[in-house]
Ligand binder design. Structure first.
Ligand SMILES: *Cc1c(COP(=O)(O)O)cnc(C)c1O
Length: 465
């Protein structure tokens, strides 16, 4: 399968090359040239499969020709053996026809493990085959960094450098990164904010001459296609568990960069009968404003109780726009050019198409807390603040009560004790067993000034031979 850029001017890439790169040279994001389509009969025949076997069936067409079946099965097996629950993505019922899909059973307690455990093993396999070593560089305000580190810590051919804003990530999130003492893991605490971190990563991808001979940077943020691909699987898994393909389902997704919900859109296009996709945002609501009133303009960043969704712009929305504009790369290039001024307007046909696919809702911190409290009082089930946003957005915009609504639980509540306490819990939620000693573990990180040259010198000096 070939992969093309949303801006239409970069050469098509193979699966291997698309995994080992970042943005396309024309500034776009890569997508498969055609999507695999599964018939109703084929999807029905997958009922009862384990998560791993289903993952193999759903993702196989994307990697066809690049990885043998046996190797691909082994990669999937390794990716999900670190999950604490045998179901990998268990469903819990919280109301009539309302379900929570627990995507936080992986090593770092957030859904990003689904993609990054997989990506780590995938990269390891591809790099060993090519006898190549790479440098992973990324910026994090929280969940991505720890999931990426957990994904890459055992990869011989990767050195990973993760930048986080010094003193500006939560204790749990920082410790999940800095207590991994593997020799290929480097945590850089930057004296700046998240945007400064991200700008340094962007600049480094743009000019990689600071790296030792023969090394290149690989992106592990959600612009990496393999992450999106791995996330398609759990939509099928939940759908099958609730009677699809014979019965339609709906999903509600707490949304930041639009990676997770975009995977749901792809699952629909591939044949899963998804009736509605709900975009839940916090007060950083550019996507909600875009869908509800065609206002896709940058507002100032708000710091909320759901920090993993604190973004000004959703990078993966460009992939969605590409389809809404009939895959016209020129139109996307024009649109993104307009957006440099801080705002863009969708054409009417694109907007109405988006409104058929998605509903959206923006949830304030106050409402988030109320939802956590309400669901706990009714069911005894404790939501994390991100998940609560999805639940509320679903309740507010649901089209049909007779179709099961699956709310994606993107993090474990123990990761966000502040929100949980505000919702009236007397005690902090308990960290799962494998993390009980997180606050006793030794930390290792390097504080660096906000200077690109210093950061790049550090990386060049620490890349292993
Ligand atoms: C990353 C993250 C999100 C947002 O996911 P996107 O794919 O960026 O839309 C939501 N919740 C949690 C807990 C996350 O870590």
């Amino acid at each position: 399968m070939k992969y093309i850029s949303t801006r239409g001017q970069a050469p098509a890439l193979s699966f291997e090359d698309v995994v080992l790169t970042g943005l396309a040279p024309d500034g776009g994001l890569y997508l498969p040239e055609t999507l695999p389509q599964f018939s109703k009969e084929e999807i029905a025949s997958w009922a009862g499969l384990s998560y791993q076997d289903l993952a193999f069936n759903v993702m196989k067409p994307f990697v066809a020709g690049a990885i043998s079946d046996a190797d691909f099965k082994a990669i999937i097996a390794k990716a999900y053996e670190t999950f604490r629950h045998d179901a990998i993505a268990p469903l819990v019922q919280t109301a009539h026809n309302e379900w929570i899909l627990e995507l936080f059973q992986g090593p770092t307690l957030a859904f990003k493990d689904f993609a990054l455990q997989f990506l780590g093993h995938l990269l390891d396999h591809l790099l060993k085959k090519r006898n190549q070593k790479v440098v992973v560089m990324g910026a994090t305000s929280g969940d991505t960094g720890s999931a990426a580190i957990e994904g890459c810590r055992r990869c011989d051919n990767i050195d990973i450098f993760i930048l986080h804003p010094h003193n500006r990530v939560s204790d749990v999130q920082r410790r999940q990164m800095t207590t991994v003492l593997a020799p290929n893991v480097f945590n850089l605490a930057l004296e700046g904010n998240f945007d400064d971190c991200q700008n340094m990563v962007k600049a480094s991808f743009g000019d990689q001459s600071f790296l030792p001979e023969g090394r290149q940077l690989v992106a592990v943020n959600s612009i990496n296609w393999a992450r999106i691909m791995a996330q398609i699987v759990y939509y099928f898994y939940a759908g099958l568990a609730l009677g699809s393909p014979h019965r339609p389902v709906a999903f509600s997704v707490p949304t930041g960069n639009f990676g997770d919900i975009f995977a749901g859109y792809l699952a629909k296009k591939m044949g899963l009968p998804i009736d509605q996709l709900v975009i839940g945002t916090n007060s950083n609501d550019i996507l909600h404003r875009c869908i509800s009133s065609n206002d896709h303009s940058k507002h100032q960043l708000q710091h909320t109780l759901s920090p993993s969704m604190d973004i000004m712009v959703s990078s993966n929305f460009e992939r969605m726009l590409f389809d809404l504009y009939d895959r016209d790369g020129n139109a996307i290039r024009q649109l993104m050019d307009d957006f440099k001024s801080g705002s863009m307007t969708l054409k009417e046909s694109a907007l109405s198409r988006a409104r058929k696919l998605f509903t959206s809702y923006g949830v304030s911190d106050e409402l988030t807390i109320n939802v956590i409290r309400d669901v706990f009082e009714r069911t005894g089930y404790l939501l994390d603040p991100h998940t609560a946003i999805g639940v509320e957005a679903a309740r507010k915009t649901r089209r049909r009560q007779d179709i099961p609504m699956v709310c994606l639980a993107t993090a474990h509540p123990a990761k966000f004790p502040e929100a949980v306490r505000k919702a009236g819990q007397d005690e902090d939620p308990v960290l799962p067993h494998h993390m009980k000693d997180l606050f006793q573990r030794e930390e290792r990180f390097t504080v660096l000034p906000q200077e690109l040259k210093k950061v790049q010198e550090f990386i060049a000096a620490n890349v292993r031979k």
